[in-house]
Design a protein around this ligand. Sequence first.
Ligand SMILES: Cc1cc2nc3c(=O)[nH]c(=O)nc-3n(C[C@H](O)[C@H](O)[C@H](O)COP(=O)(O)OP(=O)(O)OC[C@H]3O[C@@H](n4cnc5c(N)ncnc54)[C@H](O)[C@@H]3O)c2cc1C
Length: 499
Amino acid sequence: MSLFKHLLRNPTAKSYSYSSPSIIMPSNLILTCLSHFTTDASPSTVQVTQYSGLGPTKANEKPRVVVLGSGWAGCRLMKGIDTSLYDVVCVSPRNHMVFTPLLASTCVGTLEFRSVAEPIARIQPAISREPGSYFFLSHCAGIDTDNHVVHCETVTDELRTLEPWKFKISYDKLVIALGAEASTFGIHGVKENATFLREVHHAQEIRRKLLLNLMLSDVPGISEEEKSRLLHCVVVGGGPTGVEFSGELSDFIMRDVRQRYSHVKDYIHVTLIEANEILSSFDDRLRHYATTQLSKSGVRLVRGIVKDVDSQKLILNDGTEVPYGLLVWSTGVGPSTLVKSLDLPKSPGGRIGIDEWLRVPSVQDVFAVGDCSGYLESTGKTVLPALAQVAERQGKYLFSLLNRIGKAGGGRANSAKDMELGDPFVYRHLGSMATIGSYKALVDLRQNKESKGLSSAGFLSWLVWRSAYLTRVVSWRNRFYVAVNWATTFVFGRDISRI
Ligand SMILES: Cc1cc2nc3c(=O)[nH]c(=O)nc-3n(C[C@H](O)[C@H](O)[C@H](O)COP(=O)(O)OP(=O)(O)OC[C@H]3O[C@@H](n4cnc5c(N)ncnc54)[C@H](O)[C@@H]3O)c2cc1C
């Protein structure tokens, strides 16, 4: 929306024309994009030859870095980019970054939603202050690398306050940080019936469903069978996210449901379904510990492959039917539809192919970071895991590379072709952590599955997990929120009724 705000302030300053023969609008729209809001449009329609956007930067303007996505990679980059060298334009359907490692805790009220959402304007204040920097609440719909242009479309969710609006942005440097999409493996009914756990609105939906089912199951006349179904929470996927969410749920049941919803406490259950072993990337000993602890906390672990999902039950490939009231799907991620559709080189697995400097070779001034990118086969390097620590460090590496390029005078489009880029990006895995509920966590500091290294599990690991993430939360404000939420939960318990 800031595009429109700016255009209203200064209708000509940054509005440029592009050919777009396919769009038909009333004729009076040709002169100014602001006429989009007029209601007395002439009935005659012509082919529109322009629509608004940000055109190529001029000599008296700063070069423009366009960042697609406001996740771990994009936000780390925006935080460090030198705004005296560049204008920054971020395009994303959400105006905040999600601190994903703590997202599962918000589903059951251990943390509040705002504690894990960091507004972009707080991460990079220039975006709301500098005249040439913007945040656009929009989707990227395509990239024209020949002309250094990104195609965008506004996001209005269900609130149709403005018809979806298309515009274009010229870039000097483009950073693609589009993340990934939850994998459903094409299993029928998953998209329609399951809830994913990737965004704050997913966590809100899970909390709402959980509360609703707790309330509904207490209503007179509900059969025993229906009560058990409503209060059966099924998690599919035994990776760190699925396990952490199951742990949070079991804590919520053991402490809060037993106290506050005691009429239905014996009906609520958690089942975690995994095709292989849970936490397959962790040390064997930790995996075994997690299995035992989860079982002790009442989480039923089921080995199985989901073959079909209905609105009230799912079916495993051995024919077992599993009725559920809440279904959370967490079986990993893959490239998004947009990433798949982009005419760019691809890494094994279909992510956007990058070289050691995180550039997309064969096109000028385009970089890709985070879950949407992977090393090209020609680099001889393996694709890095879809992890926040990879995305964050790539964002960090890339802002210093772009700052160096900008200082050396290569910030403009097509001006850094022969520039020496310095050291390539090197990733060193710092280890993995996961909380499993009941004040216990796993810490695995091995660099990879084969190597040796420190690993531990239990209460001390849980303290390490909490301290590590508390220090990683982006702002002091959210760090304070998280600490207060944890303390409140410890003293008073969780409260999911405040929605
Ligand atoms: C619940 C959960 C817990 C996790 N826990 C951990 C953990 O403990 N440790 C760890 O290392 N990793 C963890 N991860 C993984 C980690 O969050 C991801 O690897 C990381 O978010 C990747 O960062 P990214 O910037 O590549 O993508 P994301 O953070 O996913 O950001 C992608 C951005 O692109 C935007 N976008 C999408 N489509 C478009 C479009 N068409 N146009 C414009 N913008 C678009 C999205 O809105 C988003 O802002 C967890 C993930 C989840 C979901």
